[in-house]
Design a protein around this ligand. Structure first.
Ligand code: ADP
Ligand code: TRP
Length: 351
């Protein structure tokens, strides 16, 4: 390229916004883990980047073959994302199955993915343990479909929670292999969080992560009624209090502080931090009952408006359908441009 050409190319890329993509499976109700691990970042990123967010309904077939409630779940995920602050005018908000270009890219990437590495993936091993009667090929190649989701828009930033780190590493491997075999086509995607660390919200019993499919009573859902939120928080696991001042917090106590840090005021967090640090056996200042009461009220204040807005939107199915059709149009424009380049690179263009 001539020197001028290089400069123009450089200026153009610098001016273009970086591409962001993320997806959520419609396998149940969204919860605080989804919000703080993923959706909170989506909302912050929508002004700064060129964003694609989608509902991964193909992925949900790997674990949820019964599709009776799938459409309802897809629309609920869309409604809950908008209720959390996502603006469908600023981003492309679409449903995976409305973008068939992803399936074709998935096919090419499958030829670059090895059975051995797919079998070693943590999420695959977990799911084999959970559903030994249905170890289907879609489950095995789940990370390949996820890589296709990301690479179809040439996304570089992927806002996800900590549990997705390995899938992102695999997406980079597939992209690198593609580039190596067929020529430079894809930029490499990375997991993204505004803070340096990816987030993991644990269940209220301090065991495992909050999740759509497991631990219903230890997970706080964005659709939970106020009373249920209070009940779940008050049941969260605690103990008799620290035995020495400035103790290290056990995981389940740390988790309550983490949640408080996310939904309560800085003063409130500081008060309970100080109480914890100044407590000792025989002089226990921190009252976990009071802490949970405060957390429950702050949690209600946080979840209540999201729940109400999502419920209103779910009553307006026409609007939700309009939003996902518009999202699919934007997504297909970007996806078909990438696929044209990919077909050429692989040698699938017959003109
Ligand atoms: P789930 O695990 O509840 O089925 P998904 O797998 O669909 O949820 O995850 C959607 C997004 O939410 C992903 O980016 C994932 O990393 C994030 N996420 C899910 N659970 C948590 C959690 N407990 N803490 C932090 N992030 C989470
Ligand atoms: N595997 C992700 C999850 O379980 C969902 C997902 C599918 C995704 N495709 C994606 C996330 C692409 C980010 C990018 O949470």
């Amino acid at each position: 390229m001539a020197k001028n050409g290089i400069v123009i190319h450089y200026l153009r890329t610098a001016m273009e916004k970086e591409i962001v993509l993320s997806g959520i499976r419609p396998t149940g109700f969204l919860h605080l883990g989804n919000y703080f691990g993923a959706m909170r970042n989506y909302v912050r990123m929508q002004d700064e980047f060129n964003c694609y967010f989608f509902v991964a309904n193909w992925h949900s077939l790997t674990t949820h073959p019964d599709t009776k409630t799938l459409q309802e779940s897809v629309l609920r995920v869309v409604a809950e994302n908008i209720a959390c602050g996502l603006d469908p005018e600023k981003v492309s908000l679409y449903v995976q199955s409305d973008v068939p270009e992803i399936a074709e890219l998935y096919l090419y990437l499958n030829m670059l993915a090895y059975k051995g590495e797919l079998e070693k993936t943590t999420t695959f091993k977990d799911k084999v343990r959970m559903q030994p009667e249905n170890v289907n090929a879609g489950l095995l190649t789940y990370p390949v479909l996820q890589a296709a989701d990301i690479l179809i828009h040439r996304a570089v930033k992927v806002p996800v929670g900590k549990d997705q780190e390995q899938n992102l590493e695999m997406a980079r491997n597939f992209a690198e292999r593609f580039n190596h075999r067929y020529g430079e086509t894809f930029p490499l995607p990375y997991a993204f969080n505004y803070n340096s660390e990816l987030v993991k919200i644990m269940g209220l019993d301090g065991n495992g992560k909050m999740s759509k499919s497991e631990n219903q009573m230890t997970t706080l859902f964005l659709a939970d009624e106020d009373e249920l939120i209070r009940k779940k928080v008050m049941k969260a696991k605690t103990d008799q209090g620290p035995l020495t001042p400035n103790s290290v917090k056990p995981d389940y106590i740390q988790n309550l502080f983490t949640l408080m840090g996310l939904v309560s005021s800085a003063d409130t967090v500081k008060k309970f931090e100080d109480d914890f640090n100044n407590s000792s056996d025989g002089n226990c200042i921190i009252r976990y009952g009071d802490m949970k009461k405060q957390l429950a009220e702050d949690m209600v204040q946080f979840i209540n408006p999201i729940r109400n807005k999502a419920a209103d939107l779910q009553n307006n199915k026409d609007l939700l359908l309009k939003i996902i059709h518009q999202g699919a149009d934007k997504a297909r424009t970007s996806a078909s441009a990438t696929l044209t380049t990919v077909r050429k690179a692989v040698g699938m263009e017959y003109l």
